[in-house]
Design a binder for this molecule. Structure first.
Ligand code: SF4
Ligand code: SF4
Length: 472
């Protein structure tokens, strides 16, 4: 690689301010960014990691536990399966606590590692940098060729390249839309949509078309602006990261005063030779030397670019590297501030609570209440009856046929009609029932009675309700 902007001896480099101004003007003039193709150790690592991320993304919808998908995010029917745990409309509190735990986890992770997620695992970055950008480089060439092609008149060659690129973009967007739908409705439902007549699945097919258009717009036009303008996570950075956060950072202590490298000079400036290679490869078009910026997605491209320059001019690598502001300034080892320990404590509490909630969660949720306006009935056989209305919610993703049992005190249940209590997944059964208990078991006006829900001999849930009786 040649060193761009290499200034021969005797020639004066442009003043720093002028150079930065020119650079930012050039970036503004290019409404579409043309980052140079990244290459180097960190990029290779990201390629491997992206293959893992993409494999997980595409394989997960097909993985099932006990016939159920391991992950389903059916926002349309408000049903979620997270690592095999079914969360229906009755478990929103559980879903809420899960989301809260996830958010605290993200906050903690961001405080410690900055935007590591953005650069390495976020599907937006993985698809943009490792799929769409690679297709673009393969068809149109590196940044310089892309700029020339954009400026060139519409020849047959340009038309062919642009048509080919955008057709492939559209096809990949269609695949991603199907992938998203597989997470929402499951692969079985998606397969039905594909194999059955289109007119039977107009709403879902419209969803695929709409998501294809959204993904195409995102990856073909919006691109890095999705990270720098749209994504709320990026905007949170300024409040989350601190001087101990490990991010991709420029070592200004070592790099400044930056200045061009001249042949045979005895260098008095810092190690940054102002070659702008770190800017040229940046997919969000920023200059990492201006410090931590909201637009930086920690993609590591500038680390590789700068390391290549350092190697070429025989300087120590790592002028741009994963480090923290404190590490640069104090040359101290990595340390965590008190914020990290506080977030870790909150996360630990939430995880503990979540595990407890999941462990004690029942398969059904029953509401069993005395029918409003009804009184107790005194029977001739020295028993008392109360009339109840009940609702049983199925909190699982399987069919349940429940039975209700009176545990204490002893008594009988007489259902109105012969209700079929069979509940579909996430379904509900309801009815009315007379509970009859011998007077001798009812010493008080109000007695708490204990009941259970079973499926066959399998216990599902315990609950209590009150029983009214005359007071002698
Ligand atoms: S500054 Fe560096 S790490 Fe940040 S987005 Fe640009 S190239 Fe990637
Ligand atoms: S930080 Fe590195 S890549 Fe960027 S201008 Fe300085 S020497 Fe060049």
């Amino acid at each position: 690689m040649s060193i761009p902007n290499y200034i021969p001896q005797g020639q004066k480099p442009a003043a720093k301010g002028q150079q930065l101004k020119a650079n930012s003007q050039q970036l503004k003039a290019d409404s579409k960014l043309h980052p140079q193709k990244p290459k180097g150790k960190w990029h290779n690592r990201r390629v491997v990691f992206s293959v893992v991320v993409l494999s997980i993304l595409f394989i997960t919808p097909f993985v099932k536990i006990g016939g159920q998908p391991i992950l389903l995010l059916n926002v349309l029917e408000r049903k979620f399966i997270i690592f095999g745990l079914f969360i229906g409309p009755q478990d929103y509190w559980l879903f809420g606590v899960m989301m809260l735990t996830f958010m605290v986890m993200i906050v903690l992770f961001t405080v410690v590692f900055g935007r590591l997620w953005c650069g390495w695992a976020c599907p937006q970055t993985v698809f943009m940098e490792m799929v769409f950008r690679k297709i673009e480089y393969a068809i149109e060439g590196d940044a310089g060729k892309q700029k020339l092609l954009d400026k060139a008149p519409w020849t047959a060659d340009k038309l062919f390249k642009k048509a080919l690129k955008y057709s492939i973009f559209l096809a990949v967007s269609f695949v991603i839309a199907n992938l998203l739908l597989a997470y929402i409705v499951g692969v079985d439902e998606l397969s039905r949509i594909v194999h059955e007549p289109l007119e039977d699945h107009i709403p879902l097919f419209s969803g695929i078309v709409a998501f294809t258009a959204i993904f195409y717009f995102n990856f073909a036009w919006l691109r890095e602006k999705a990270c720098t303008v749209v994504c709320p996570y990026g905007r949170l950075q300024s409040v989350l990261i601190d001087r101990n956060t490990i991010t991709v950072a420029y070592d200004h202590e070592r790099g400044e005063m930056r200045g061009k490298l001249h042949k045979n000079e005895i260098r008095t400036n810092g190690d940054c030779i102002d070659c702008f290679q770190c800017v040229a490869v940046c997919p969000t078009g920023i200059d990492i030397r201006n410090g931590n910026q909201m637009e930086c997605v920690n993609c590591t491209a500038c680390i590789d670019a700068c390391d290549a320059i350092m190697e070429k001019i025989d300087f120590k690598k790592g002028l741009i590297r994963y480090t923290s502001e404190n590490e640069i300034e104090r040359k101290s080892g990595k340390s965590f501030g008190p914020r990290v320990w506080r977030y870790a404590a909150v996360l630990l509490l939430l995880c503990g609570g979540l595990v407890g909630m999941i462990a004690t969660r029942s398969d059904t949720q029953t509401s069993f209440l005395r029918t409003p306006g009804s009184r107790y009935i005194e029977n001739k056989d020295n028993t008392v009856s109360n009339l109840y209305t009940f609702k049983i919610f199925n909190k699982t993703n399987r069919t349940i046929t429940p039975t209700i049992r009176l545990n204490a005190p002893e008594g009988t249940l007489l259902f109105a009609g012969s209700p079929d209590l069979t509940m579909q997944p996430a379904g509900m059964a309801e009815g009315t029932v007379f509970v009859t208990i011998p007077k001798t078991s009812l010493p008080n006006r109000k007695t708490v009675i204990k009941m259970s829900v079973y499926q066959g001999d399998t216990f599902l849930e315990d609950f209590e309700t009150t029983f009214m009786a005359p007071q002698d």
